[in-house]
Design a binder for this molecule. Structure first.
Ligand SMILES: Cc1ncc(COP(=O)(O)O)c(C=O)c1O
Length: 363
């Protein structure tokens, strides 16, 4: 057998949220990947239906139209923008460009799982810092950093815990990290957050030359299928990442649709309102069943159970009813489960089925 790069063996293959079983004919209730349940406004749907592309032509490698739109909307210079095939791709590009076997990539213990995969893929040394109450711990992250730490990934809010760092905590983290270390703030869920002491860190990043902020169209913009993310980076970082970015990494359809979605204020407003209302409803439903919910500012909740066995049994029983939530064993959170804030119908189906499963167990 031809041996793969040594670091690859350290990688645990990413297990995405389950989508259903081909054995079951009915439509699955998918609450395992934090996707949006909200329908686009009529105006956006019309525009999408009118999008006709010449499929024989390669997409614009620079995403110029979309870049101009984002630049205006977020008040950032075009030179500071780079696109990824999902924000995931950006984490790989950053790791490949800034890490090697002598350098460290840092993340928080229950941080997003793509970070250790990307760090190892780049042969970097993968270091994590412990958390407190399911929240990234600034002091621990700083303590674990050293002169060889070149990248620190932090999801804010974090997936799967749903906790967040305040503006001042982010600033403290940046100031405590070594000067040569890039701080990557993954704000995939930022649009859902309504807390006053939170920021997606874009305005902070603009004042620095060592902070990257990543964003995605997969969550609140409801475009996960088309794979599109972008990042604000210092100009020199954009130039570096562009050296290895696959030339046509964003397909034409994603570029066109994203432009329309950015204009759909009604859709965004509905998404935030739906998320706040049903997150509270779901949290109360789990509390009523006697389960602890970790307060979340994102579009999912994490529920903590007394044992790994209980968490696994409940998730497996739900799967038999064609309902999919996320087990968190790979996140070192085996006694927890993560549930997306889906549609009213899907959430009610989940809670109704869960009650039946629990009643059956207690017989
Ligand atoms: C924290 C976080 N960052 C990034 C992503 C990836 O998003 P994308 O679809 O843009 O690759 C996810 C997806 O679940 C996520 O939870």
């Amino acid at each position: 057998m031809i041996p793969a790069n040594k670091n690859i063996s350290k990688i645990k293959t990413y297990v995405p949220g389950k989508s259903g079983s081909i054995k079951l004919k009915t439509k699955p209730t998918k609450l395992s990947s934090n996707e949006s349940p909200i329908k686009f406004s009529k105006n956006t749907i019309n525009k999408i239906n009118q999008t006709h592309l010449d499929l024989a032509k390669y997409p614009d490698p620079e995403c110029n139209k979309l870049k101009k739109k984002i630049s205006k909307l977020y008040n950032v210079n075009s030179k500071n923008i780079i696109f990824g095939n999902g924000s995931d791709e950006l984490f790989y590009l950053i790791s490949y460009c800034y890490l090697n076997k002598d350098l460290q990539g840092l993340y928080s213990k229950h941080g997003f799982l793509i970070y250790p995969i990307a760090i190892n893929a780049a042969s970097g040394r993968c270091i994590f810092a412990k958390e407190e109450n399911f929240k990234a711990n600034i002091d621990e992250l700083i303590k674990k950093s050293n002169q060889n730490t070149r990248v620190c990934f932090i999801a804010n809010p974090n997936n799967p815990t749903g906790t967040y760092l305040t503006k001042s905590e982010i600033k403290k983290l940046r100031e405590g990290l070594p000067k040569k270390c890039l701080l990557v703030i993954d704000s995939a869920y930022s649009e859902y957050v309504t807390e006053k002491d939170y920021s997606d860190s874009l305005s902070y990043a603009k004042t620095r030359n060592d902070v990257i902020v990543t964003k995605t169209f997969s969550k609140i913009f409801g475009m996960a299928a088309l794979r599109l993310g972008w990042a604000y980076c210092p100009e020199q970082v954009v130039q570096t990442l562009n050296k290895i970015r696959p030339a046509f990494n964003i397909n034409s359809y994603a570029q066109e649709i994203a432009i329309n979605l950015l204009d759909d204020k009604e859709f965004l407003k509905n998404s935030i309102a739906h998320n706040l209302y049903w997150k509270k409803w779901l949290t109360n439903s789990f509390n009523d069943l006697g389960f602890e919910v970790i307060p979340s500012v994102a579009n999912f909740i994490m529920v903590k159970f007394k044992s790994e066995n209980l968490a696994t049994t409940l998730a497996d029983s739900l799967e038999k009813s064609n309902i999919y939530i996320r087990k968190l064993n790979n996140y070192k959170l085996s006694n927890c489960l993560r549930i997306s804030i889906g549609s009213e119908k899907d959430l009610k189906n989940l809670v109704r089925t869960l009650k039946k499963i629990i009643a059956g167990k207690n017989k």
